[in-house]
Design a protein around this ligand. Structure first.
Ligand SMILES: *Cc1c(COP(=O)(O)O)cnc(C)c1O
Length: 396
């Protein structure tokens, strides 16, 4: 039997997967067009078409396609001015990619705990850190403890829910700090009427196999600022300075998306609205059916947000529930149902040992208690009913 830890992999027969791609639109048509026209690499119409369509969908002026979401974060941080010796405030309850991207620039992450009600980066902790643990030095915000400059804020919208971003945006404005949004799990979701990813200076998306829409692997940077979008495009294209001659003033990267991937993305994007609708219906059914089970807390729906519920996730309080989250994960796996825990909070990660942290207890509790349930766009009502029935049997 397949392990419960491989999101995006094709499931074995009879297994209800956590989250798998859903291809039912024009993906084949566009892919064939791409192959027939011989536009395979990073030039040709499909890359700019995918960029334009994603920008329009999100409401951003510009979009730059990248090889994956991690590369998008790396280049977005560089574009925001982050460099060696700087610090970036990052959510501690997150997949590791954004913290790694901070390190690729030579900067250091400072980890910010989650909020109990939304599971997202706590804006009050960000405010408190800037107010009490930083000082101004020649107009620059400097961390009193480390002496390093705080150069950017990197809130991560996890699981298709929104960070409470307004207080963070206000603070960023006051201190002239760019906000880079990690919206890799937040495509299709909104916050107070705005799309996730388009509220900061730069926003990043991912089209990895387990994300809401996929190109196999891929990413995107969005911005309303032409200078930043041009800079990002320059950096992902080996910092090539001349359209003809191979001259470069800087060290760039080969981080471009290929036309084949973009063609897939164009097909996927056409179905985004219906995918989000499906995710919301899945979330509604889980919330309705599971809410009464002892020790189980359904996924929150933070005020003012319109979640896309990328992965539907519940909490299990081991003092009240019959099984803790890991025992439940094993019991589900034995019954052919994939599920998975959230990420080890980054302030506990050996890979980021020694990083400064603000709080951390909330993220630790969420990590212990959380379990993500099957949430594929293609999850049938019968399969979801089976998951719910098994959960009721195991926990009721
Ligand atoms: C998926 C993901 C990424 C990275 O995207 P890739 O395309 O896999 O590189 C970054 N941040 C978060 C929170 C993610 O979930």
């Amino acid at each position: 039997m397949s392990t419960p830890f491989e999101p995006g992999a094709p499931p074995e027969k009879g297994i209800i997967p956590l989250s798998v791609p859903h291809l039912e639109g024009n993906e084949w048509v566009y892919l064939k067009e791409c192959l027939d026209s011989n536009w395979l690499s990073s030039v040709g119409p499909y890359v700019s078409r995918f960029e334009n369509e994603l920008a329009r969908r999100v409401g951003s002026a510009y979009a730059v396609a990248t090889v994956n979401g991690t590369a998008a974060l790396h280049v977005a941080l560089l574009t925001a001015g982050v460099g060696p010796g700087d610090e970036v405030l990052v959510s501690t309850l997150s997949f590791i990619a954004p913290a790694n991207a901070v390190r690729y620039t030579g900067a250091r992450p400072v980890f910010i705990d989650a909020e109990e009600s939304s599971w997202q980066m706590d804006p009050r902790l960000v405010e408190g850190f800037v107010r009490d643990r930083c000082r101004l030095e020649n107009g620059r915000l400097v961390n009193r403890e480390t002496g390093r400059r705080v150069r950017a804020l990197l809130p991560v919208h996890i699981l298709g829910l929104a960070v409470d971003l307004d207080p963070i945006l206000d603070l960023a404005k006051e201190h002239d700090l760019p906000v880079v949004e990690d919206a890799t799990e937040g495509l299709g979701a909104g916050y107070k009427g705005r799309a996730l990813g388009r509220m900061g200076a730069l926003g990043c998306f991912s089209f990895n196999g387990n994300k809401l829409i996929t190109t196999g692997g891929g990413g995107m940077i969005v911005s309303d600022d032409k200078v930043k979008a041009d800079r990002a495009r320059y950096l992902i294209t080996q910092a090539k300075d001349d359209p003809l001659e191979y001259v470069h003033r800087e060290i760039g990267f080969n981080y471009r998306l290929t036309a084949l991937q973009a063609a897939l993305g164009c097909g996927q994007l056409e179905n985004l609205d219906s995918y989000v609708e499906r995710k919301r219906a899945i979330a509604r059914a889980y919330t309705q059916e599971l809410a009464g089970l002892p020790g189980l807390t359904p996924m929150p729906r933070p005020e003012g947000s319109s979640p896309a519920f990328w992965l539907y996730t519940v909490l299990l309080d081991s003092a009240q529930a019959r099984l803790d989250s890991r025992a439940l994960m094993r019991a589900l796996a034995e019954r052919g149902i994939q599920s998975r825990p959230l990420w080890q909070p980054l302030h506990l990660s050996p890979a980021h040992q020694g990083a400064q942290t603000v709080g951390g207890r909330v993220a630790e509790k969420l990590w212990r208690e959380a379990l993500s349930l099957p949430s594929s766009v293609g999850l049938s009502q019968e399969d979801q009913a089976r998951v719910i029935e098994v959960l009721k049997t195991l926990l009721g």
